[in-house]
Design a protein around this ligand. Sequence first.
Ligand code: ZN
Length: 511
Amino acid sequence: MNRKKNISRRDFLKFVSLIPLTWLARPIAHATLPKREGNVHRNVIILVFDAWSANHLRFYGYPRDTMPNLERFMEKATVFHNHYSAGTFTIPGTASMLTGLYPWSHRAFSLGSGGIIKEHLNDQIFSIFSNTHSTLAYAQNKFADILLFQCAKYLDTHLKVGAFNLEHRFLYNFGPFKNDPQMAFASLENNILLDRTTSSSSLFVNPIYNLWKTTATRDNDLRFSDEYPLGLPDNTEQFLLADVVDGAIQTLRGLEEPGFVYFHFYPPHENYMPLKPFRNIFNDGWQPPVKPVHRLSWGKKSRATLNQLNREYDEYMASWDAEVSRLFQYMEDSGLLERSYVIITADHGELNERGERGHFTPLIFDPLIHIPLIIFQPGQKKRKDVHTYTSSIDLLPTLAHLIGSPAPSWVEGELLPEFGGVNDPGRSIYSMDAKTNASLAPLTKTSISLTKNHQRLTYYKYPDGEQFEFYNLEEDREELRDLYPSRPADAVLIRDELLQKLDEVNRLFKA
Ligand SMILES: [Zn+2]
């Protein structure tokens, strides 16, 4: 995209190249670990797109062509068709990817101080790679960044959450707060300043902060209104899609190889702010299937509102596709793709249906947990397809396997098919949410789904009642016909398996 306003991409790149990496990065928490000699290892580069639902890609059956550039690159990759996040929003979804554990094991259920992997500070993906690879991580989502802080011991470079943003207002990047960023985040960023939905937001500081933020946001939106007619993308700090991609390319240019890289990009997470050329491209009259408002929906949004949100989500995703394809092209042109395993995936999906918007919800339906997984291997020229059901907890053992390490004993994931694993259609794949449940207590407020054999049972267990739903995904991918009321034998079997698992994981916390 051509920048017409004050800062051109060229200016930005010039600026970035002048910044010492140490300024963009957090202080390294440890002396650089000795790397294995001989550089025999490939790079491993993980690109996470936040709140990116597989159900919104044409490749996975969506009617709109939201990511044509990515789909072109996918023709040289192994593509997983039924890959599921173990969590339904950033904290549990990301923690499961980084640890190879289900949320009931890592216990990072909720925002702020609840987003802690506690017992597993040494049991995560960076610890596996830090002896053989240089390790570099960047999360543009502040909640994912909280998890990266906990891995700091194994990170050679930890780029700041706002390294490529337009403005810099995260308090925990500054002054006294940066010495204890996690506490600063929990107390300042998440509660006092930003969380306007809870009683913990400060009555005094919060309005002043928001006035300051509102004024700056309006000024930036005006400044870039030619490029972003709806306003700028915003993750507390506003940013330009092009800048984030430029920053990632610039970072990869300086990669110490072999490197292990974790880039967690905020797009296409809401607010959905498409670039001008993509605004209204999906004003096509297409209507998603009608789905009833769910009893547990927090939003209770109208169908018209949700259809509009889906359209904006798709247009924003297309904007992101246009920009991030420059990163794919860079990796191809520079030869990096030939020397690297590149993994493209999401921390969770997005759900604008059944009265609910976004992903902060107790609901579990396919668009929220079905995420893309695309793996490029060095030298791969032709697409391979994997249809068996897989989970985000499989990434860690698979990547360990690729560098010749055995799967660590703590992981609950398995090796992915085509990368050492087998096709097992009967495997049990869980996804869960427990954001209102205390982290170190039995699960009494939770939603858990168990997917296997193209069937899904979802259990909503809350103090005001419990509910099971059962869907045949082969015949009813949209999950419109709940078969549980007639108690088919399969539903009873899967229900009993899920209840047994829940009992097992709760046993640790029972007196
Ligand atoms: Zn997320």
